[in-house]
Ligand binder design. Structure first.
Ligand SMILES: [Zn+2]
Length: 424
């Protein structure tokens, strides 16, 4: 059904097997690669720029005093977490939501598990922490890779300068070293962070295919997939796979009838906090009323795992996709929820959305580290997943009346409030 071949899928994976951090030249190079690919199909896509904050970290040092003496722990400085030096007692926060545990952070440099989310940063600021250490990786892996994390602008703004506070200096280390800190009873820590912060541009890539029916063409179906990656990752699975799906669908619909207008948006800087889709919704607010449905593709085509469809919509869509899967003999696991991807800013504006993904077990495909490469992917699964998403999209594009009601149920609104950290 879709014209894109397995060879082309593999070729695009190979051509884009590089790190594409939002706001860097590498990300822009990938955007231009898509524009060239589409041009070769006779399609005119364009770059839609938006500002992102960057930080070139010149120096990041973590010095620890523990039972064995004083030594430096390899670290990477958080981007956009300011510059400065701080020395303080060390504290390992394990129960992020517990008041007693949080009371212990005052005046300390705090190690914690997981990601630096909005509420954790707020708690650390308000309870008087003076520095932050996070970690990732895996004690059982042979590598000592460290992700390059960032203090997201909207998190810092809500808790920083506007409240007369300085940003908390933050560094990121490998899990093996985090374990050593605790094993050797780390007592004090000293963080030195030096960086140049500035504004750069990231880009959405936009392609319009005007509808073929005079009346229904006024209604738009928007397709989204992010093409940026995290600092250690080639992002084959997350999310060149979804980006290829949109390229394949653009090629398909350019040659097939679609009553509604189709707008394809390859989003930049998703990994940095859905910045591309948020910028799109902010900069195209006048056009959002025309959008009836957002179809987002984030991580498909892996070798192992189940095909999911996360519907931020009325529940009927869940059943629709489930029935469609049975009709096609295609195993699906649809459900109603909010998905952590570019569909969410659209749903927050009242546009129903569905995010398609093939969820791989962690044992077989990892994301946001150096293991996310073509090796996790199976070309036949890419084709099969893309066929199903295209078949669903074709029904939506040509339905006499768009089946999905244009409203967000209250329980989904509640989840959006929480996901977007407007509510705890
Ligand atoms: Zn993703």
């Amino acid at each position: 059904m879709i014209p894109m071949t397995g060879e082309t899928v593999s070729q695009i994976f190979r051509d884009t097997a590089y790190i594409r951090i939002g706001g860097t030249d590498a990300e822009t190079a990938c955007a231009e690669y898509f524009i060239t690919h589409l041009k070769n199909l006779g399609l005119d896509a364009r770059l839609d720029p938006f500002d992102v904050q960057m930080g070139d970290v010149h120096r990041a040092v973590l010095q620890i005093t523990d039972d064995t003496g004083i030594h430096e722990v390899p670290c990477r400085g958080y981007m956009c977490a300011g510059s400065g030096e701080v020395e303080a007692p060390f504290y390992y926060l394990t129960a992020n939501d517990d008041k007693m545990s949080l009371a212990g952070v005052k005046g300390k440099i705090v190690l914690f598990d997981g990601y630096l989310g909005y509420w954790l940063y707020q708690d650390l600021c308000e309870r008087g922490a003076v520095g932050i250490i996070s970690y990732d990786g895996n004690v059982n892996f042979t590598d000592r890779d460290m992700d390059r994390r960032e203090l997201r602008g909207w998190v810092a703004d809500a808790n920083g300068e506007k409240k007369g506070r300085k940003k908390l200096p933050a560094v990121h280390i490998n899990a093996k070293d985090a374990v050593t800190l605790i094993e050797n009873n780390a007592k004090t820590a000293k963080i030195t962070l030096c960086q140049h912060e500035y504004t750069a541009q990231s880009h959405n890539v936009i392609l319009d295919l005007p509808g073929t029916d005079a009346e229904r063409a006024k209604e738009v179906i928007i397709f989204t997939a992010h093409y940026d990656s995290t600092p250690l990752s080639q992002g084959a699975y997350d999310n060149m796979s979804g980006s290829i799906c949109l390229l394949a669908m653009a090629e398909y619909f350019a040659a097939h009838e679609h009553a509604r207008t189709l707008r394809f948006v390859w989003c930049g800087s998703e990994e940095r906090g859905l910045l591309g889709s948020k910028a799109y919704c902010a900069n195209h607010s006048g056009e959002l009323d025309r959008i009836g449905l957002c179809i987002n593709v984030d991580m498909i085509g892996c070798t192992m795992g189940k095909f999911i469809a996360c519907c931020t919509s009325e529940e009927h869509l869940v059943h629709y996709i489930s029935y469609m899967g049975r009709e096609y003999g295609f195993q699906t696991a649809p459900y109603q929820d909010v998905y952590s991807s570019d569909s969410t800013p659209f749903s927050d504006k009242g546009i129903p959305s569905v995010s398609f993904a093939r969820a791989a077990p962690r044992e077989t495909a990892m994301i946001h580290n150096a293991y996310d490469t073509m090796a996790s992917m199976k070309t036949e699964h890419m084709i099969r997943d893309m066929e199903f998403i295209t078949a669903f999209s074709e029904r939506m594009a040509n339905a006499v009346y768009l089946p999905v009601t244009r409203e967000i149920p209250d329980k989904m609104k509640e989840k959006l409030e929480k996901y977007l950290c407007r509510k705890r």
